[in-house]
Write a protein that binds this ligand. Structure first.
Ligand code: NAP
Ligand code: F7E
Length: 361
């Protein structure tokens, strides 16, 4: 049923790529550009995915929510090349109208409340965005056009207290936070709509992925930014929580390529996306401080307030299925990732410092 290389044979989607006049005119007119809609385009992954899809020749639309101040810094360099639409995961009508106006070939549902600690302080809002938000997008597809392909941003947080090592697509879930629980809902509702309505809906179970565009509250960026500020003499301590936690950290640029490969595949299948290597927060800290020639033990303090009510102690994924079936594998390793993030923050802090000095004059 999902048999062709690009889009399903016999589906309405095929029409978009086979203009009728192509049979009579020569040379053949180029097929229309595929059209993608990204929810969460202002986030880390949304910005990398938008860039990647533009490179693949897509027309890219992004969903943004209304705010009194805009937070578009990750996508300002794409201005004029993407189209932004206002809608909100909490408002079903806004999503239906947006999908109906854009009529995308593919929807990447990346929008979510994605910071794990906030999911304990705002558990209901987290479920509204991160769990029920998925159903709202799926319902819009069901009502507007069932041939739209759908990607759901699922998470290794669903494995939580891990039931086996490494984790695969067959590992049982045991989430440890309201965020993880919400993602389990998002995962299963995606599977359910695929099975109930024959949608091309897939769930990518992505392990932690980072970049210089990562939010500053996540541990990798918190460390790289603090290292840069300490090196530039703007900060003298870095307060952290659990240094023993271990994660399978990859590079966001590599991971968005996997999302696209999943929607290009001839069958809707769920995949684990991971590097297969785990490191502790302590390893991360040591590497980051080493990069600028500082001894981390002089600067890092443990703050018990940063410990979580229920911790995910270690995660490590096995992405063999994606390697074999999608020909996907990561290109950036952990050491390169940490170096990339520290170097980017060294430049950023230097610019911030120069700006502050100019203001003071
Ligand atoms: P992120 O940087 O926190 O971005 C989240 C995005 O969601 C932002 O664009 C945000 O918009 C948007 N959003 C939040 N609530 C919304 C609402 N009510 N309506 C519309 N948009 C809303 O997250 P990320 O790291 O790019 O991750 C992307 C997705 O992958 C998320 O679903 C996350 O849970 C999941 N994931 C991430 C990782 C990872 O390691 N990065 C791993 C597995 C899964 P604003 O700019 O307006 O806040
Ligand atoms: O924490 C420990 C913390 O907040 C990683 C999200 O993208 O990946 C992310 O969730 C580890 C945890 O990411 C601090 O206890 C120590 O064990 O960077 P994080 P996360 O919770 O793994 C998954 C896959 C997602 O889906 C999420 O959306 O680091 N840790 N000290 C700390 N963490 C933070 N944030 N801050 C600290 O000071």
């Amino acid at each position: 049923m999902f048999a062709s290389s690009r889009y399903p044979v016999g589906s309405r989607k095929l029409k978009r790529f086979t203009p009728r006049f192509a049979l009579f005119s020569s040379p053949v007119a180029p097929p229309p550009m595929p059209r993608a809609l990204i929810t969460g385009i202002t986030g880390q992954d949304g910005s990398y995915l938008a860039e990647f899809l533009l490179e693949q020749g897509y027309e890219v639309h992004g969903m943004v929510r209304r705010a009194s101040t805009e937070s578009f810094e990750r996508i300002t360099h794409l201005a004029g090349r993407i189209t932004l639409r206002q809608a909100d995961l909490l408002d079903p009508l806004s999503i239906i109208n947006m999908v109906s106006d854009v009529r995308p070939d593919e929807i990447y549902n990346l929008a979510a409340q994605s910071f794990v600690p906030t999911s304990w302080s705002q558990p209901l809002l987290t479920s509204e965005y991160t769990a029920l938000g998925v159903t709202r997008v799926l319902e819009a597809i069901r009502l507007v056009d069932r041939s739209i392909r759908f990607y759901q941003a699922s998470s290794s947080e669903m494995f939580g207290r891990v039931q086996e090592e490494p984790q695969t697509e067959r590992t049982a879930f045991y989430p440890r936070s309201p965020y993880g629980v919400s993602k389990v809902y998002g995962h299963w509702i995606t599977v359910n709509y695929r099975e109930s309505y024959d949608l091309f809906a897939v769930s990518g179970i992505l392990f932690n992925h980072e970049s210089p565009r990562r939010g500053k509250e996540f541990v990798t960026r918190k460390v790289s930014y603090a290292v840069a500020r300490i090196k530039h003499g703007l900060q003298d301590k870095l307060r952290l929580g659990n240094l023993d936690a271990q994660r399978d950290w990859g590079y966001a640029g590599d991971f968005v390529r996997a999302m696209w490969l999943m929607l290009k595949h001839n069958q809707p299948v769920d995949y684990v996306i991971a590097t297969g290597k785990k490191h502790s927060v302590r390893d991360l800290v040591q590497l980051a401080f080493d990069r600028v020639g500082l001894d981390w033990q002089k600067y890092v303090e443990i703050d018990p307030q940063l410990l979580r009510p229920a911790e995910v102690n270690h995660l490590c994924g096995d992405a063999s299925k994606a390697r074999v079936e999608l020909d996907w594998s990561p290109r950036v390793n952990f050491e390169q990732l940490v170096a990339m993030m520290v170097d980017a923050d060294m430049s950023l802090v230097a610019r911030e410092k120069a700006g502050a000095d100019r203001m003071a004059q």
